[in-house]
Design a protein around this ligand. Structure first.
Ligand code: GLN
Ligand code: ZN
Length: 764
């Protein structure tokens, strides 16, 4: 009689299904509650999450997946690698949050995206000779608490290679943080030695997602050394090295030669090569098979998942396969129970975290013992899963014939506009804007008043007439201000929008919104991504009304303001029953219609924001061409309906275009505004070197800071831009939207910006 197959959850979300942790943290930061109360909430959440997993029959449940802010920050604390600049703070809690968020005397540590997710981690700051002091108290307390709850937990650790790859070196060395490998490994060895003392037998999940990136090639030499050493550090730890988000083909053969117990691979987001499975089998390792999608919210096809496991079992003995989520459930919302307004049909196609636990246990049981072993409740779930997948294939909610018909013509639309050189002449004639033309990125302050008008309308407190009246007032004030300060190209201010993706998502057919589908973005911040469940179309114009009204108030050009298809795609949960590019093209068609409506109404400057264009890039080089192709084509579909004298702008909130400059150029926007205020004009040089001919608005000041830039400072910034590009090619604007700033700041800053631009222009 073979043993039952075991199941594994890579990690669980922690913010709380009602965002309990968010509330506690924010109250604590405001000084309304004590730290003890935060800990009570955390303990309650951990216990609840262990219970959920236990009840679902998960065999490997984690500790140390919980964090008050971020698990990389926790690793910094655990390894004792706190940067010197925080060492003056004696109180541990204060120091932790100062590193995360800064305080009066300390700027926060940098934060950046966790691989290609929308989760942000704190970037370790490492220096040669900084020393370390391992402190496993957090792990001990979680491990013993889990044990009290009857859970024999595995301990989650971010692996040394990933930790170093994600770190920043602050000692002025030319090498990157990986160069500190020899200095940091002893900290990890001592950590493992201490963990080994916790119990007779311990399982440690070491997460190494860096091994699924292109860096894996250069790291494959270190992999073996690292895991030989960690295994040697303690004899009673079973080490599982877990990877996710793509394949780890280079690393697995190296890992297999070390004494680790098993390897975790992502079977949802990677094509796992059969050679990789062979290596695992030949070296007698266990496989943690990540088959339940930890990053998206669609139900699994249970039968297919079992089939996949059976395929794997042809190479790896069944008893050495553990069934797992593809990655931590941190990246999906908690549970569907809270969704009262979602169409019940759509709801049947969704699986949030808790529902995924159920899927995991069902798949594991079916794989382990076959359908005959299911009890009646499980059999019912299995049958329901089959039905739901069947209905997804045919439902008219998803499959819209008119969109399908339009998609048949799509290949004709995937093309660039006529040459820029021709367009720009017409545009200059039409708009007659000067060199160093001043503008803004779109949004103006979202004051409490603006937000309360929107909220009152949403809750039915005010009717549509009143809502429109109030919005028009905001727009009018905003336009008057822009006129008074002397800006040359105006915007309406985006007061009607809470979020640049949600605003469009709410108006598109084929897109749904959850009430409680929150996912942690960083610290206490959560996002609620739109759910693109079906064919996307635009039933009616989305922005035309506001833009037309705004244009009617001024003789100056009013920029129409849209969010691009790639950004809408990248910030949503995207349906998995068709290729992503198809979904993106459908969104592009909707934006295209909006562009056309705007230009027909005389709005001839239109900005299509692609804030998330770069973050959608795949982790592996070989997948990039396909992404770039459909991302470009989507942008073209959305914008090439523009007539030659319609000027297309785009905006991106970053400036590191080094490896994607050709794609940026190929997007073919007439004007692109980018971030450069923080990164300086060195990054702008890439445009010059590349011979970029189109117009560019490099942000001349940083809107993320409340600081008001002086005229002189902006002048200086403009002169430094002029060293790289000619005035005729440059626009002058802030580096992003102004919605998070206060009017006092915005007024002053823009006044200074316009003054500076005029002064420089006069001197040319
Ligand atoms: N037009 C948007 C705004 O100004 C752009 C936001 C963004 O780039 N994130 O708010
Ligand atoms: Zn921006």
């Amino acid at each position: 009689m073979s043993e039952k197959t075991k199941s594994w959850v890579t990690g669980f979300a922690r913010i709380g299904e009602q965002r309990e942790l968010k509330r506690a943290l924010e109250s604590f930061w405001r000084g309304d509650i004590s730290f003890k109360e935060v800990i009570e909430v955390s303990d309650m959440l951990k216990t609840r999450h262990w219970k959920y997993q236990k009840e679902a029959g998960v065999d490997f449940v984690s500790v140390n997946d919980f964090s008050l802010y971020d698990q990389t920050l926790d690793m910094i604390e655990i390894l004792g690698l706190v940067p010197d600049r925080f060492k003056d703070i004696a109180d541990k809690q204060r120091r932790y949050f100062a590193m995360a968020r800064g305080d009066a005397n300390h700027t926060a540590m940098e934060m950046t995206k966790w691989f290609n997710t929308n989760y942000h981690y704190i970037v370790p700051e490492l220096a040669s000779g900084m020393g370390f002091k391992v402190d496993i108290s957090k792990i001990v307390s979680e491990y013993t608490a889990a044990k009290r709850e009857g859970v024999d937990a595995k301990i989650n650790i971010i692996g040394p290679l990933t930790f170093l790859a994600n770190a920043r070196r602050v000692d002025g060395s030319n090498e990157d943080a990986m160069g500190l490998y020899d200095e940091i490994m002893p900290a990890y060895e001592s950590l493992f030695e201490l963990i080994g003392r916790l119990d007779e037998k311990i399982v440690v999940q070491v997460e190494e997602p860096v091994l699924v990136t292109d860096r894996a090639v250069e790291l494959s030499l270190l992999v073996k050394d690292a895991y030989d050493r960690l295994c040697a550090a303690s004899s009673n730890i079973d080490i599982y090295v877990i990877t996710y988000f793509d394949h780890a083909s280079e690393a697995v053969p190296q890992l297999a030669k070390t004494p680790i117990k098993g390897v975790g691979l992502d079977f949802v987001y990677a094509q796992v090569e059969s050679e990789v499975l062979d290596v695992i089998a030949q070296n007698g390792k266990e496989l943690v098979a990540g088959i339940i999608d930890g990053r998206n919210i669609w139900i699994s096809d249970i039968e297919k998942k079992v089939g996949l496991l059976n395929d794997i079992a042809a190479t790896i003995p069944k008893e050495r396969i553990i069934v797992s989520t593809s990655c931590s459930l941190l990246h999906v919302p908690y549970r569907l129970d809270y969704e009262k307004k979602l169409d019940p049909q759509i709801k049947e196609w969704l699986a949030f975290g808790i529902e995924k636990l159920d899927e995991l246990s069902l798949v594991t049981k079916l794989f382990s013992k076959g359908p005959g072993a299911l009890d009646s409740e499980e059999a019912l779930k299995f049958a329901r899963n089959r039905e739901a997948n069947e209905s997804r294939k045919n439902s008219i909610l998803i499959h819209d014939q008119s969109v399908q018909n339009r998609m048949k013509e799509i290949s004709k639309l995937k093309k660039r506009r006529p040459p820029f050189e021709e367009r720009i002449v017409l545009q200059h004639e039409k708009f007659k804007y000067p060199p160093l033309c001043t503008t803004t990125i779109g949004s103006f302050p979202q004051t409490p008043e603006v937000r309360s008008v929107r909220r009152d309308f949403k809750n039915g407190k005010i009717d549509k007439v009143e809502y429109i009246g109030k919005m028009k007032e905001f727009i009018k004030e905003c336009v008057e201000f822009q006129e008074s300060v002397g800006l040359e190209v105006l915007v309406h201010g985006e007061f009607e929008r809470n979020d640049m993706v949600e605003y469009f998502g709410e108006q598109l057919k084929g897109v749904a919104f959850s009430e409680n589908g929150w996912v942690q973005s960083y610290g206490s911040r959560c996002v609620k991504p739109p759910i693109i469940y079906g064919d996307v179309s635009r039933p009616q114009p989305m922005t035309l009304f506001w833009s037309e009204f705004a244009q009617s108030l001024t003789q100056k050009p009013m920029k129409g303001m849209l969010t691009g298809p790639v950004t809408i795609l990248n910030w949503s949960f995207v349906r998995d029953d068709q290729q992503r590019d198809q979904t993106c093209f459908q969104i592009a068609l909707s934006i295209r219609d909006e562009v056309d409506d705007l230009q027909k109404a005389g709005i001839k400057m239109i900005q299509v924001d692609e804030a998330a264009f770069k973050e959608g890039y795949p982790l592996r080089k070989e997948k990039r061409p396909a992404y770039e192709k459909f991302a470009l084509e989507s942008f073209w579909i959305a914008t090439n309906v523009a007539e030659n004298d319609t000027q297309i702008h785009t905006h991106m909130c970053y400036s590191d275009f080094n490896d994607i400059i050709e794609t940026i150029e190929a997007m073919d926007a007439d004007v692109i505004s980018i971030e450069t205020a923080r990164s300086g004009n060195t990054l702008l040089k890439i445009f010059k070197e590349h011979g970029y001919k189109k117009e560019i608005g490099p942000g001349v000041y940083d809107i993320h800071s409340p600081r008001i830039p002086s005229v002189e400072e902006i002048e200086k910034q403009i002169y430094s831009l002029l060293e790289v590009l000619p005035a005729r090619q440059l626009w002058i604007n802030p580096d992003c939207g102004l919605k998070t700033r206060r009017w006092e700041e915005v007024k002053q800053s823009l006044e200074n910006m316009v003054k500076a631009a005029k002064k420089v222009r006069a001197s040319l």
